[in-house]
Design a binder for this molecule. Sequence first.
Ligand code: AMP
Ligand code: GLY
Length: 423
Amino acid sequence: MKVLIVGSGGREHAIAWAVAKSPKVDKIYCAPGNAGISEYAECVEIGAMEFDKLAQFAKEKEIDLTVIGMDDPLVGGVVDVFEKEGLRVFGPRANAAIIEGSKAFSKDLMKKYHIPTAAYENFTSPEEALAYLETAKMPIVLKADGLALGKGVLICNTLEEAKEGVKTLMLDKQFGTAGDTIVIEEFMTGREVSVLAFCDGKTVKCMTSAQDHKRAKDGDQGLNTGGMGTFSPSPFYTKEVEEFCETYVYQPTIDAMAAEGRPFTGVLFTGLMLTEDGPKVLEYNARFGDPEAQVVLPRMKNDIVEVFEACIDGRLDEIDLEFEDNAAVCVVLASDGYPEKYDKGFEITGIEDVNAKEGYHVFHAGTKFSDGKLVTNGGRVLGVTAKGKDLVEARANAYAATELVSFANKYKRNDIGKAIDEA
Ligand code: AMP
Ligand code: GLY
């Protein structure tokens, strides 16, 4: 089989690595890819939003399966374009990817189908949003409706901050049209868990759980980022929590989407908060998490291509997902200054020393080759994943491995997986 992967981050590197293990696959292409992905795939210079070019490439090269890694092309309808051309593609259509593309849509869906989530109201008028805040309880959460690279969520402790937030999102349009509608939501507290699940429109099968660390600095300080590290499984995602979510969250979500005429095929990512009143949905995403994929996929035993095909063909019920009985931790090595200002173009060394070890993977996020050398090319540069018999061992292995990799402005959080000690 020939497989095309669309995307260029650590998540797509992890997907490419998993696809490359499949005995069914002879050739992988990635658009646009990165330096690490080029180890398994031929990278082609087509952007993830160039749908017609991607589809044309898939036809020319007689691609058997295309896997879309990223949110933007999914929300923009890349799957619809591929399907119209008769091409096999893994991911939700635009009318289902809206579950990530519009927070107002996903909140209304949860309300209509009684899926547990924070209480909320949607607003298209800044005046009405400001009036609502006057009587609301603080802290409160404001969310831009549309895609905002995970940055359109403001947690406001005071009425002043919240009013300022409405201005930022709706009037100053810091996140563009993503802020035309906002969700104002009850502030919740609790542990966060990410659960990724394969879906074929009617059946949903969950992968092992994970937890992300979104803030840039230790102790969950600093700005929100794409994710500074992950661990899997989450010790807080107990059997009891899992059973609750299977009954009240995942299947009801897939059934709700089908009932709305928006069958969901692909990976449904549910961000949960384990509150005192039980698990509640923080958000949905319509694809693998990044860097959740970097800890979940290395633990998956199945042939991922078989699972992708079962989803596309509506026979996911025939698949038993299996995960190794161990743990994995991924520590992101970023460029100092990320997510704001940072320099790039620095030579990276030591990756081979990590990859040579059994159970270790360096997944590239922002790298490229320049004059034959591997150099940094983004804010998040690498994800260093290590497995261990348990989370404590996996964390020690991952942190030891980060010491083997060098580049001039290397930055990492030092407390990825610290929560494990409280479990
Ligand atoms: P989201 O993109 O909706 O997952 O939000 C990003 C992050 O903001 C989440 O991972 C949480 O840490 C935080 N967050 C979102 N919604 C809430 C909420 N209702 N209460 C408390 N924290 C929240
Ligand atoms: N790690 C969070 C995300 O992929 O959105």
